[in-house]
Each structure stands twice: as C-alpha cells, then as structure tokens.
Design a protein around this ligand. Structure first.
Ligand code: PFF
Length: 464
C-alpha cells in the first residue's frame, strides 16, 4: 500500500498550524501568562519560541521527512533497529498529552452545548465544579475522542487535510472578530496594559521560574516532542523548504496565540475579573461566567467555545495520528483497525484522567512538560550525533538561499545548545516533582553531564 501524502503545501502548513494552535494557545497560554507576571512571561515565551521552538521543530520535521515513517519506524529506518526505543519516547509523550487533552476537549464540547441553553450562567463556579471530573466528564471526553477519531479514520489527505483547511481559517476569523469586539468593551485597556506591559523587577526576581514555564509552553504550543510534527512531515514530498514551512507554522501559531490574548485579557479586565485567579479553570469559571453579563451572552458563548473546540480538535487529530501511523507502518494494521485500537487506548487513559483530578493535574502540569522535553531532546541528539551530516543535508533539500545560509548555525544549535537548554529545564522540572529546587549552577552542571554522556553514547552507537 502506498503511503499517503499531503495534496498541497498549503494543506500541510494548515494541518501543522491546526496541530500547533489549540488549547495551548487559548486555555493554557493566558493562564500561564497571568501566573507569571503578564508581559514578562510573554517576552520570554516569544524568545524561547524563536530560539528553541523553531529550530527544534525543524529538527523534528527533518527526521519525519527523511524517513517517511512514524516516530518508531523513523529511528529504526535512519539509525538501525536499536534506535527504535527512542521513538517509544514520542509515543509515550503522545499518550500523556492526549489523555488529558481530550478531557479538556470534553469540557469545551460541553460548554459549547451549555452556551446555547445558558446552563452555566447563573452559577459558573458551581457549574464547573459539578462537571469537571466524573462520569459526565468521561462521557464528553469520549464524544470529543470520537470526533477526533472520525477525521483521522478518513485519512491524511481527505480527512485531516480537508478538515484543517476549513478549521484554521475559521479559527482566525472568529478569534479576529472576538478580538475586535472585546476591544469595544469598557475597561478593555486595563487588559492590554497587563498583557503587554513589562515588569522587569518581576522578571528579575523570578527569572528561572518564568523561563521554565515559558520553555514548557513553547514546546507544547508548537506541538514538538511528541512526534506529531515528525509524523506530519513524514507525509511530505522532498521539494519543499522545511525552514520556510517551519517558520511560517511557528509565526502563524504565535500570531494566533497573541490574538487569543487580545480576546481574553480585555474581556477579563472589562468584567473586573483577576486574570491570575482560577488557574486551569479560569477559562471556564471567570470567562464563561462573565459572558452572562454581556448582551447576546448565549451567542458569545457559542462563538467563543466553538472556536476553542475547533482549535482543540485540529490538535488532538495530530496526536491521534502519531499512534495510528505507528500501527499502520510498523504492524501492518488497516487504518480502521488502527483508529479503533488507538481509540480504545485513549478511552481508558482519558477516562482515568476524567475521573481523577490528581491524575489529570499530574499529566497536564508535570508529566506532559517533562515528556515533551525528553522527546525533543532525543530527537535533537539523534539529529546531531547519529544522523549528523545527513540531517543538515535533509534540511537543505528544497531550502532557499537564506535558509541554506542558516543551515550550519541551525545544526550547531540543535546538536549542542538546544540539548543543553532542554536538559537544564528537564532537571529543574524533575527537581520540582521530587520537591528539591536545585540552584541554577547545580542544574547547569547536571545538564552538561547528561548531554555530554548522551553525546558520547549516541556517537559511539552510531559508529558501532
Ligand atoms: N500544540 C497543541 C496546543 O497548543 O494546544 C498541543 C499539542 C498538540 C501538543 C500536539 C503536542 C502535540 F504533539
């Protein structure tokens, strides 16, 4: 059976943008921004996206396009069978992310429906507390999963490409409309000030915390580390510039993220709601509750949650596809069989997260960041120290003049500098989990040792 390919370049870019733009931009980003000092976080986040996210995304896509395989098959094909377990890391990250992502997708689905009846308007806090976890949450999670599965089942070019080509422009138009409308509300300026003003004293006092949060968010929002972009790039022909596509994808994703902030912060401020309050529930309690006091509140609710639903679906599709492509490529499964098997897996893990708040929080807050960081670290060390020159060659295929000039600096970045940075944030993150906070010096020392050890191991194994 021949492997599917994207029909057009625009189709691929929109599918990848659809993967990147999601709950990360609309649900996670404003909440983290509020928690980490507003503009200070925005600044670091943008820096990490440019300096780490984009080169990392290219490093992941290089592996996918070169191999034309899912993550496990990609490492096996390019490096030999002993590298296949590295792809397992990406599969693991995919399972972690979709297991909680589809629970939030279920909440969004429920709020879209509830907007039509105004069910959450009278008592938003109580409403959210009643639906966040439990059997109902598991049910809506299953519906969200079913919608995801339906698109994946139809296939890469006819399902994913067609769906995301409609969804992404729809998301941009609706968010743009909401941003203009939010700007007309009384008190909106307070929101812009909070969002865009830079509190340097805050940044100085909390630099490493803000950096860690910004790094985790940059990976999450660009969908790197779980093999989604690797898998999407594996359906590409050879003639396109990965550097140009990757930059475009990251640029559009960031633009849409910033646009989401321009909807949410003016809204919150105009309604006198503290953006830091509510944490992960902010979108559902503060914002949704605030809709009640607006004219056309039901319509506003449907429009808002409808956009978020589209954004969430176009992302969950990309994670689901990672595992489906693995079963199809490596185990000869049919697309239908693979879609059903993956659905069953997520039905179980997602139901677990929907029933247990502590499991949900563990996955969403901690393990997801760590798994994506470890996944990307593996991809980049493989590029740098196993593929070596071939990675650079693949990057240069189809690249224009400017992108080609950037090739060597890119290679040095992904082989050495980014791994050090990722190992540093990984060590700090693990420290947070086990409850010890290493100093920046200690984290750096451990990061150097880990990356040095991996490089020694990777380059020896690739020669063996
Ligand atoms: N980028 C998605 C978002 O911001 O919502 C989340 C995501 C999708 C993470 C795909 C990882 C992934 F592989």
């Amino acid at each position: 059976m021949t492997r599917a390919t994207w029909r057009t370049r625009v189709g691929f870019v929109l599918a990848a943008v659809g993967s990147a733009v999601g709950l990360g931009n609309i649900w996670r980003f404003p909440w983290l921004t509020a928690q980490n000092g507003g503009g200070a976080f925005l600044l670091l986040y943008l820096l990490v996206v440019v300096l780490v996210g984009v080169p990392g995304l290219l490093g992941e896509m290089v592996i996918g396009r070169r191999s034309g395989r899912n993550p496990v098959g990609a490492f096996g094909t390019l490096g030999g069978d002993r590298w296949r377990p590295l792809g397992g890391l990406a599969l693991f990250a995919s399972v972690v992310v979709l297991s909680f992502y589809s629970v939030v997708g279920g909440w969004i689905l429920r709020y879209t429906v509830a907007s039509a009846t105004g069910a959450y308007f009278p008592a938003p806090q109580e409403y959210f507390a009643a639906i966040d976890y439990g059997v109902g949450a598991a049910g809506f999670h299953a519906l969200f999963l079913l919608a995801t599965a339906a698109v994946v089942y139809v296939g890469v070019d006819r399902g994913i490409e067609v769906a995301t080509t409609v969804m992404v422009p729809g998301i941009v138009l609706m968010l743009g409309g909401l941003a203009v409308w939010a700007g007309t509300l009384d008190g909106a300026t307070g929101g812009y000030e909070f969002y865009l003003s830079l509190d340097l004293a805050y940044l100085r006092a909390n630099f490493f915390d803000v950096l860690g949060a910004a790094a985790g968010q940059a990976l999450f929002t660009l969908s790197v580390g779980a093999g989604a972009m690797l898998t999407y790039a594996s359906y590409l022909g050879e003639d396109r510039s990965l550097a140009a596509d990757g930059t475009l994808i990251a640029g559009l994703n960031t633009g849409i993220g910033v646009l989401a902030g321009l909807v949410i912060f003016p809204l919150l401020f105009s309604l006198g709601v503290d953006p830091g309050a509510g944490g992960p529930g902010a979108l559902f309690i503060s914002l949704a509750g605030a809709f009640a006091s607006l004219p056309y509140s039901r319509l506003v609710g449907i429009a808002f949650f409808g956009v978020v639903l589209l954004a969430a679906l176009s992302s969950s599709i990309s994670i689901y596809e990672v595992l489906v492509s693995y079963l199809v490529d490596e185990h000869g499964a049919s697309r239908g069989g693979a879609t059903a098997a993956v659905g069953t897996l997520f039905l179980v893990t997602g139901t677990g997260a929907a029933l247990s708040p502590s499991l949900f929080t563990l996955l969403a807050d901690t393990i997801a960041n760590l798994a994506l960081t470890a996944g990307l670290l593996g991809f980049l060390l493989f590029d740098g120290w196993v593929l070596g020159r071939l990675a650079l060659e693949e990057y240069e295929l189809g690249a224009g003049r400017i992108a080609t000039l950037a090739g060597r600096p890119w290679f040095v970045a992904i082989a050495v500098i980014l791994p050090l940075f990722l190992a540093f944030t990984f060590v700090t993150g693990i420290g947070g989990v086990v409850g010890v906070t290493p100093t920046a010096g200690q984290s750096s020392a451990i990061a150097v040792a880990v990356v040095g050890g991996c490089i020694a191991l990777f380059s020896r194994r690739s020669r063996a």
